[in-house]
Design a binder for this molecule. Structure first.
Ligand code: SF4
Ligand code: SF4
Length: 384
């Protein structure tokens, strides 16, 4: 690699206390001659493909929500009216049940009978993060999609988004890890028997119905909190995801093991900083060789903004021995179609695995649902 115009390597501590890795950066000399731009041959399609994946997953979730609502109403009407089977996919919205059941599975070797789809989906989403950074957050998660639309709407309304100062941003980013740690601790100290026992309490059985009721019969306090979150999400990019989502925190920790990362080739890069300006996570992409941050969601906005051929990509480590930039990245880059295909493969693969093992659906006698669903609001947490 040519070091012309570069003063050498240095290692900077990664931004923020929550980031575990150090990032290797190149310090450029201000007097360095301007590098020649070799324009990208093909137009970028990453954002079109990503948005298609986001809205397709959103549509799937809306359909699951409608089907689940119809199922709940059937039992609330005492077994009258339209009936649709309960969609097991609704358990994707029970991440705590997913974590509990995953622990149960690894402790006992048995697939849990209550909310098994929560476990399959939880494993699928963690696997995505292990392979493709936090791609689940920016490619699939409906909350991530809404968050993205909100900050983009905020930028249109107010002309810009707010960036919190580092002294506020860094501790706030730690909140989601605190929440994750709390859940992990509570579940971590529970035995397999206790986990199973919890799942079979009335609260565990109708956890999904209670979640629906939370939004259907939302209290004034919860509505105010929700409105505040929406407002903050208009102002600050991905407010919920960046500061409060424990699921995103878990995905971030898993993403540390991802072999693909956003990687910059300093020889092809012209130091225009367009990538850094485009990054919704505020990453200094233009000064990094690879983005190891827990906040990187593999959204590829930086890649889309980059004008230079082979300068920036989501990729495996480059071939150091290759002389040309094209050679370094040949068959190393994970383009948007590959990302979409891997996500779809993992998602549908896990669903098929659950179905193939006949452990996808929760099997509860109809009478129990008839008894519990209409009274879900009266069912309290067993610890209360
Ligand atoms: S570094 Fe690139 S892929 Fe990662 S969050 Fe920023 S824009 Fe998205
Ligand atoms: S967008 Fe970033 S990676 Fe691409 S040329 Fe500009 S500074 Fe380099």
């Amino acid at each position: 690699m040519s070091l012309t115009g570069l003063s050498g390597f240095c290692t900077l501590q990664a931004e923020g206390g929550t980031e575990m890795a150090t990032q290797t950066v190149l310090r450029t000399v201000s007097s360095a001659p301007k590098k020649k731009l070799v324009r990208r041959a093909a137009p970028d399609r990453s954002q079109r493909i990503r948005h298609t994946a986001q809205w397709a997953f959103m549509a799937l979730n809306v359909w699951i929500g409608v089907q689940f609502y119809i199922w709940v109403r059937y039992f609330e009407r005492g077994g009258h009216g339209l009936y649709l089977p309960r969609p097991a996919g609704v358990e994707g919205w029970l991440p705590i049940a997913g974590l509990m059941n995953t622990k149960y599975f690894f402790s006992t070797g048995h697939v849990p009978l209550m909310h098994p789809a929560a476990m399959f989906l939880f494993m699928a989403f963690v696997l995505m993060s292990l392979l493709l950074k936090k791609a689940f957050c920016s490619w699939l998660c409906p909350v991530g999609t809404i968050s993205e639309q909100l900050w983009k709407a905020g930028r249109r309304i107010f002309g810009r988004n707010l960036q919190l100062p580092r002294w506020a941003d860094i501790p706030l980013r730690g909140l989601k890890y605190l929440l994750l740690g709390l859940f992990a601790y509570v579940i971590g100290v529970m035995s397999a028997d206790a986990l199973e026992g919890f799942m079979y309490t009335p609260y565990g059985v109708v956890a999904d119905v209670k979640m629906l009721n939370f939004f259907r019969d939302i209290s004034m306090a919860a509505a105010i909190v929700l409105i505040v979150f929406v407002f903050l999400s208009l102002l600050v990019k991905n407010f919920w995801c960046r500061y409060l989502c424990p699921y995103g925190a878990l995905m971030g920790l898993a993403s540390l093991f991802s072999p693909v990362k956003i990687r910059r080739d300093p020889e092809a890069c012209i130091d225009c900083a367009k990538c850094a300006h485009a990054c919704p996570a505020g990453m200094p992409v233009d000064r990094l060789i690879q983005v190891r941050s827990l906040e990187c969601s593999a959204c590829m906005e930086c890649v889309a903004a980059c004008p230079a051929e082979n300068a920036l990509q989501l990729a495996l480590p480059p071939r150091r021995s290759a002389a040309t930039s094209a050679g370094r990245w040949a068959k190393r880059s994970a383009g948007p179609l590959i990302v979409a295909a891997v996500l779809a493969y993992i998602f549908f693969g896990m669903v098929l695995l659950g179905r193939a093992t006949s452990r996808w659906q929760t099997n509860i006698p109809r009478d129990m649902y008839m008894h519990l669903v209409p009274h879900a609001n009266q069912v309290t947490h067993p610890g209360m």
